[in-house]
Design a protein around this ligand. Structure first.
Ligand code: AVI
Length: 320
């Protein structure tokens, strides 16, 4: 029986691959063509994103870190005693370490879909914060999940840094904040990193870096499709384009066909006109007023907004 299953499985992609496959097929056969930015983050894409966060033009990561560092005491002052910190999505631990150092949390609950990543992260935090109870949860943080019983009765503080909320459509951001409100419960706090509207030239440079790392990050999506779904995209036939859409307050990333071409994947032929684009990402930029309205519409109210001196980025404390 085991043998038969192994054979059968050799021909069946796992559930993750098939969700990727059906999303890619649906996205590339609609007009205009689009792909979800959540698929950027395979191993190579996560590594390229790490490189982006260190680029001179990419201000968000270092600006947010500066706010968390400079306002550490003020943030600590609003955190109740014995609280549990619940991080939605677990990336590099740099930001959460700042909160843990400043605020004296009793427990830390990183929530992420990637179990391997969580285990490694939990290990290093347990080592560096021996008094902290670390309870990783493997789950898709955009949908409902249960918190570990071990933090029952503790005050809850959510953490969603990096302006990842800006990669959601506004209705998705609203749904996410509502779901977080349900999971964390009445009286909870939520600390969210939100990128702000600013001079378009700064935005343009941040997503069109001189070293071309963002272009590689964008094009890596086609490489991933080739590798995991047996596609035959010619990467040299697509160009990275990032533009600011003023009406929608968002950076849009596209991959633009340099010439007419067809691509085969998963038994389907996809035709591209010269100049036709695949829309791969939106990165919404908020005014403080517009984010406040979004938060209120999702069952939260804004308690405090911290920004850097140039008001490039904000860290906002929401209360349920
Ligand atoms: C992860 N996210 C907040 C990044 C952003 O700025 O929207 C992803 C990114 N895309 C291009 N550069 C960085």
């Amino acid at each position: 029986n085991v043998h038969v299953n192994a054979l059968a499985n050799a021909h069946l992609p796992d559930a993750k691959t098939s969700a990727f496959a059906s999303d890619v097929l649906a996205g590339l056969t609609q007009q205009p063509k689009q792909l979800s930015p959540k698929y950027f983050y395979d191993a190579a894409g996560s590594d390229l994103f790490e490189q982006i966060t260190r680029l001179p033009e990419y201000y968000p990561t270092r600006t947010e870190l500066g706010i968390l560092r400079d306002r550490g005491a003020e943030i600590a002052a609003i955190i109740p005693e014995d609280a549990a910190l619940i991080e939605f999505g677990a990336g590099a631990t740099t930001k959460v370490r700042l909160l843990l150092e400043n605020c004296g949390f009793a427990a830390y609950v990183p929530v992420d879909i990637s179990g391997d990543f969580l285990t490694a992260q939990a290990e290093s935090l347990r080592h560096d914060f021996p008094d902290l109870a670390v309870h990783p949860v493997i789950a898709d943080f955009t949908t409902a999940f249960s918190l570990p019983r071990a933090i029952d009765g503790k005050p809850k503080v959510g953490f969603f840094p990096g302006s990842t909320i800006g990669n959601f459509e506004p209705h998705e951001a609203c749904r996410f904040l509502r779901s977080a409100r349900e999971i964390l419960g009445t009286g909870a706090l939520m600390i969210v990193g939100v990128d702000l509207e600013k001079d378009e030239r700064i935005l343009h440079a941040a997503y069109n870096d001189a070293a071309g790392v963002t272009a590689r990050f964008n094009l890596n999506l086609l490489l991933r499709i080739n590798r995991e779904l047996g596609g035959n995209f010619d990467l040299s036939a697509f160009a990275h384009r990032a533009i600011y859409n003023r009406e929608q307050h968002r950076i849009e990333m596209h991959l633009v066909a340099r010439k007419p071409q067809t691509v085969r994947l998963l038994g389907t032929t996809i035709a591209f006109r010269a100049g036709e684009s695949i829309h791969t990402e939106n990165s919404y930029k908020y005014s403080i007023a517009r984010f406040g309205a979004l938060a209120r519409g999702s069952g939260w109210s804004v308690q405090t907004v911290w920004t850097d001196a140039s008001e490039m980025f904000s860290v906002q404390a929401l209360v349920a």
